[in-house]
Design a protein around this ligand. Structure first.
Ligand code: F0G
Length: 466
């Protein structure tokens, strides 16, 4: 086991604060059962004097570590020696100025940016975290790795296992709860795919039990090393903005790994003297999977110095249970009612002055169509960020000149079913996929035109519609 001296794991609950070695893989506090952070001993940390210094590494892209959009920032997640890092070229993603979408959101031109994580090797932001978890798994000598997933974590795990040949992927998915694009990836990349009767929340509970029993390395975002990798999404956003901090980061919320990672990233950058203030964070739930919104905005749950109101949380979950309420949204990636990173997400909102909103499937799909028409393709969950920004703008929480970054977490081709149904000319297809979920109209549909196989008719139709 070769880890960097400065790194260890520490319980996030301040009144506990128990620490354990980097080599531990239980991913829960040995004393109180709380979540763990990867922490660094400030005295031994070697962070650059300014973030700009990291840019020099662009010039040396032949080095796989400098090529990686995660490991280029290795000084800011120094838990493994560089020679132990496992990378497949993740993090080559872009921040795109999106004026057409800005108009839809209600922002002035030049104020909205989309961080397109769909460009990762497996097509979602998960690869940022997976390279970090894989590096840790390799440090501890793991041979098998498992996750529960709504599809993207499993796709990423499957890609990393097949690309490196170092581990066997075991993935747990709820039956019928994963889009075809993502299921295709798991199968094509040779993962052992376990479909259990139930949904993501059921699968998440089971995979933790199985991982513990069989000693399998867990790569869900309860794994704090995953979140170290996901911090770099924010580093790349800052890099693309020439190291200026935006006013808002807007991100979809599912298991709440991203918001937790982003909060930690900004907290550390402030602590290490690399930025002066964090941006504000907005987390967007789907209305059919809105635990975070309900707990934070409706019931007032707060981080409260790490002393969470557990009675409030338990009461909420007991209500869900009593109603037999299950998460239900077209944005299947965030169809989650029991987010494992809830405490870390509360901490992130506290540190960054955050808010939570919920958006309907209708709002998500309309925003997704606008994102697509604006030049980037994303899956439904990703578009929740844009729908949420629009809502926050309408409420006046965002002002028209705020600089806003929405995270597009996954690629359009992850879930073609939702997209095709939205644009479909066939009412039955629309009803089957979307109508059932309360989506009433495809507000911005781009419908294929039906023309008979006749040259004159084809030309007439093109002249009419173009
Ligand atoms: N967007 C996409 C495309 C996702 O796949 C996920 C999570 C999220 C947003 C939510 O991110 O969990 O960090 O709040 N997908 C997980 C999975 C749960 O299994 O692929 P989060």
């Amino acid at each position: 086991m070769v880890a960097m001296d400065a790194a260890f794991q520490r319980c996030i609950v301040p009144r506990c604060g128990a620490t354990c070695d980097v080599a531990e893989t239980a991913f829960v506090c040995p004393r109180c059962g709380g979540l763990l952070d990867v922490a660094y001993d400030a005295a031994r940390l070697r962070v650059p004097r300014a973030l700009r210094e990291i840019e020099g590494r662009w010039a040396d892209r032949a080095d796989p570590l400098n090529f990686s959009g995660v490991w280029r920032f290795r000084d800011l997640l120094p838990f493994a020696p560089p020679e132990h890092v496992l990378t497949i070229g993740e993090g080559q993603t872009i921040l795109q100025r999106a004026d057409a979408v800005a108009g839809y959101v209600g922002l002035h031109p030049g104020r909205l940016f989309l961080q397109y994580e769909g460009l990762n090797p497996s097509g979602s932001f998960k690869d940022n975290g997976m390279t970090a978890a894989f590096t840790h798994a390799r440090l501890v000598g793991a041979r098998r790795a498992a996750c529960a997933s709504t599809g993207n974590t499993s796709a990423s795990l499957a890609v990393f296992c097949s690309a490196t040949g170092l581990m066997r992927a075991i993935i747990f998915i709820g039956s019928g709860k994963i889009s075809y694009g993502k299921l295709a990836q798991a199968l094509d990349h040779g993962a052992l795919t376990v479909q259990i009767t139930g949904d993501f929340d059921d699968a998440m509970l089971r995979v933790q039990q199985v991982a513990r029993r069989l000693g399998i390395y867990l790569v869900n975002s309860i794994n704090p090393f995953r979140l170290e990798g996901q911090k770099t999404i924010m580093f790349r956003v800052l890099e693309a903005l020439r190291w200026e901090v935006p006013d808002w980061i807007v991100v979809p919320g599912g298991n709440l790994g991203n918001v937790s990672a982003f909060g930690k990233a900004f907290h550390e950058l402030v602590e290490w003297g690399l930025i002066r203030r964090p941006p504000r964070l907005a987390v967007i739930n789907a209305a059919g999977a809105d635990t975070f919104y309900q707990l934070y905005e409706v019931r007032g749950l707060r981080w409260n110095g790490g002393v969470l109101d557990q009675t409030l949380i338990d009461g909420y979950y007991a209500e869900l249970e009593a109603r037999n309420a299950r998460a239900a949204t077209i944005a299947s990636a965030i169809e989650i009612n029991r987010p494992v990173n809830l405490p870390k997400a509360l901490r992130a909102l506290e540190q960054c002055g955050g808010v939570v909103r919920e958006v309907t499937d209708q709002e998500i799909l309309d925003a997704k169509a606008k994102v697509g028409a604006g030049g980037l393709g994303c899956e439904p969950a990703s578009a929740a960020s844009v729908a949420g920004a629009r809502k926050l703008r309408q409420e006046g929480v965002l002002s028209v000149d705020d600089r806003v970054v929405c995270i597009l977490t996954g690629h359009q081709l992850k879930d073609p079913t939702a997209t095709v149904a939205y644009h479909s000319t066939d009412q039955r297809t629309f009803d089957e996929v979307l109508g059932q979920r309360g989506v009433k109209r495809a507000t911005f549909a781009n419908r294929a035109i039906q023309v008979s196989n006749d040259l004159d008719e084809i030309i007439k139709a093109i002249e009419l519609y173009s």
